[in-house]
Design a protein around this ligand. Sequence first.
Ligand code: GLN
Length: 447
Amino acid sequence: MIKEKIENLKSGRLTPTENIRQFLDKIKKENKKINAFLELNEAALQQAKAIEGKKDKGKLYGLAIGVKANICVQGLTASCASRTLKAYRSPYDADVIKRIKEEDGIIIGVLNCDEFACGVSGQTSAFGPTLNPVAPDHVPGGSSSGSAAAVAAGLCDLALGSDTGGSIRNPASHCKVVGIKPTYGRVSRYGLIDLAMSLDQIGPMAKEVYGAALLLEVISAHSQNDPITVKEKIPSYTKVKPIQKPRIGVVQELEGLVSDKRIVNLIREKAMEFADNMQGKVIELNLSHTKLGVQTYYPLLFVEFFSGTRKFDGRKYAEKIEDTCGEEVLRRIIGGREISKAEYKGAYYRKALRTKNLIKEDFEKAFKNVDVIFVPVTPALPTKITEKLAVEDAYAFDALTVPANLAGVCAGVVNAGEIDGVPVGVQVIAPSFKEDVLVSVMKSLEK
Ligand code: GLN
């Protein structure tokens, strides 16, 4: 549908102003219910008007793009859904935003999320929880809750989320949309407010793979502002061909972490069906370190988050974080301060770094024999909005998504079906910088 919409926009059957106005009207009517948007871009209509009649129309000409609240858009509030930064107006555009604007995309507003992108529910925002538009009794997932919900509810064409340990993939699964976590180093992090700088990536969310592929293509680039970004040429992700005879890996160690076995069955069925359709085969893999994802991820995250938040000391960026943040954010700051103390030198952070390497090696070995790996996204269905997960259970919800961040590879989610009327996604993991393979498989799965 996005493909047709772009054709309509480019041919003039639909003007950017009309497209943006329709969304603004819809958001004004429907956002109250789901609380996906925290702020609208007051200049969106004017910006849409300004690109009208342009000769060289960009790839995102006139599309409405929503942006997670931890990504800087000049003049809008990058609050990270926290009281700490509630008055922080971005003085500049993140690299991804610059690229979207260069391709004539219109930023329509700022999207809700778990506070500082810490969470799996979409419930920890200081500005109220986001609701799941497709399964209203269940949480939308997080931390990119607003991005997934806004796309699912049709409040914008495309959205940006960020994924440090699953924050794009988890809500994509729960809200029945598509999400991609790019390879670490594919997309510039300049202008993204850090959760854990060695793991964070910005990525696209959309209703269909085509839209996610298109936005990915636009935001993928080397940038001098982010030395981690690679220089190689980006293939056109919207034009990838189906891969022939795919070898699909499945991972028992990870499936063993899933408490709801119906989810494992659904993912296995998807793998078999895909293999049958494409004359490929399913291969059992041994990735023995991947089950240590949660134990590896959290020590790294605590230390890096603690370090990243030292700038929020109340002098330059509004409020002091310890005085204004919520419970989960404070837990991570205190935890990070504790385990980075000199007397624990080597005990936690270094050990976690070593395990991170082992997980990376597991994937490198696996990808010698398979093209992609299929795993569930979460160990259970999204919780009911009335339930609150204990801390350990919330962390355990990340068990299937953090391995891809720790290994630095790319991964994406498309819907695989429903269980008890709740959408469930399949997570496809592909080798580093093989986003073309990832997108191709996701496209075939979508059909
Ligand atoms: N749920 C994980 C966490 O709370 C992942 C967050 C993310 O990817 N931003 O840290």
